[in-house]
Design a protein around this ligand. Structure first.
Ligand code: IMP
Ligand code: MG
Length: 177
């Protein structure tokens, strides 16, 4: 397949990201003081944000785990989400925060939230680094977020285009020529 040509334009700098992640982590530190906290990252995009986030959360009751899904864009149906890696630990009594790189339609997030909720955790909250509410088609409450942006295709800080650019330290808009 021929790759379309594009350029990258920074929209959120490395320094801004660092500052914002610390603020979110401080809020989580306060909200979960003394509580068992399981941070659940969505592979692969959330790994970068999750690493920075947990380094800044002060807690000795924090654990992490990962989930992975493949989303099929062919239909707009929730059944089109296929689980590749699930959580295999008991969730009873645990406080979960599901961490995403970018919340777009919300399809994947809602699917996982409902799937984990039936295993009776104490609580489930949602944290996304980037929120694009204009593209949302599922009703989702976002508890923690880095930035809200308009309808743009972005990469960097874990977010990819054809698996590339996850290693960019900033968030950039991808502009097709
Ligand atoms: P959704 O919220 O179910 O539509 O899926 C969100 C997922 O789609 C994200 O975790 C990304 O993997 C991918 N995605 C959505 N928007 C973008 C974008 O602007 N750039 C790169 N990936 C995106
Ligand atoms: Mg993703």
């Amino acid at each position: 397949m021929e790759e379309r040509k594009y350029t990258l334009k920074e929209i959120i700098s490395k320094d801004e990201i660092e500052k914002r992640v610390k603020e979110i982590a401080e809020q989580i530190t306060k909200d979960y003081e003394g509580k068992e906290l399981l941070i659940v990252g969505m592979l692969k995009g959330a790994t970068t944000f999750l690493s920075d986030l947990i380094f800044n959360i002060k807690s000795d009751k924090l654990t992490i785990d990962f989930i992975s899904v493949a989303k099929y864009d062919s239909k707009d149906d929730i059944a089109e989400v296929k689980v590749i890696k699930d959580l295999d630990q008991p969730l009873e009594g645990k406080n979960l925060i599901i961490v995403e790189d970018i919340l777009d339609t919300g399809k994947v997030m809602l699917y996982f939230k409902e799937r984990l909720a039936v295993r009776h955790p104490e609580s489930i909250k949602i944290c996304t680094f980037i929120d694009i509410p204009s593209r949302r088609d599922k009703d989702i409450v976002v508890d923690y977020k880095g930035y809200t942006i308009d309808d743009k295709f972005i990469v960097g800080y874990g977010i990819d285009y054809n698996e590339k650019h996850r290693n960019l330290q900033n968030i950039s808009e991808l502009i097709f020529e």
